[in-house]
Design a protein around this ligand. Sequence first.
Ligand code: AMP
Length: 220
Amino acid sequence: MISKIILLGPPGAGKGTQAALLARRFGVPHVSTGDMLRNAVREGTELGCQAKTAMEAGLLVSDDIVVGIVRETLARADYARGFVLDGFPRTVAQAERLQGLQTSAPGPFVVLDVKVPDEEIIVRLSSRRVCSACTRTYNLISSPPKREGVCDDCGASLTQRPDDKPETIALRLVVFHKQNDSLLEYYRSQGALCCEVDGTGEVDAVAQRISHLLELEQVR
Ligand code: AMP
């Protein structure tokens, strides 16, 4: 039974989009630590103030902060049937602490490693824009707004995430590559189901590849 899914992959690999689709398909919540931290920064909470500098620099927020928010989230009743984790864990230390968190969600973790080459990530992230009001995300190349700089849904202005600036993208990729192989190694050593997914191409094509892999896992 598949109920706890972890999406690994570089920033801009489309983890958020695929996690939302998977969450809908399995009827479980989508947990994005990046979104939770950005909300905290936007709302100016104490947590947001602690996370802001590292986030804007493209560095990781401390394990204690991130594990704290995940612990609180997973303890809620609506997470008992399972969840899709997007952007967490990012380090082996976080993965080990996730293992120790209380959750009644059944079954083993399924780890999907979404692969996209660095050159494509750089193009994707530097052309990403986000609505300053409703947070809808656009890509200036593949999914531009109808009017330049303006959100189709709410009419507010589009902005670039501070961590999507070219120099910060490069650093985020370094941080990602430093951690990802050890994370996969960790999950393999734990006997988790780990699958590689080609994250290039249309959203639907990637979603179909994921569905195919998960169907194969379910009949194993
Ligand atoms: P994301 O939206 O997943 O790319 O995350 C944006 C930023 O939030 C990252 O560059 C980190 O600064 C921070 N962040 C998100 N998730 C984590 C995590 N699991 N551990 C540490 N920092 C994180």
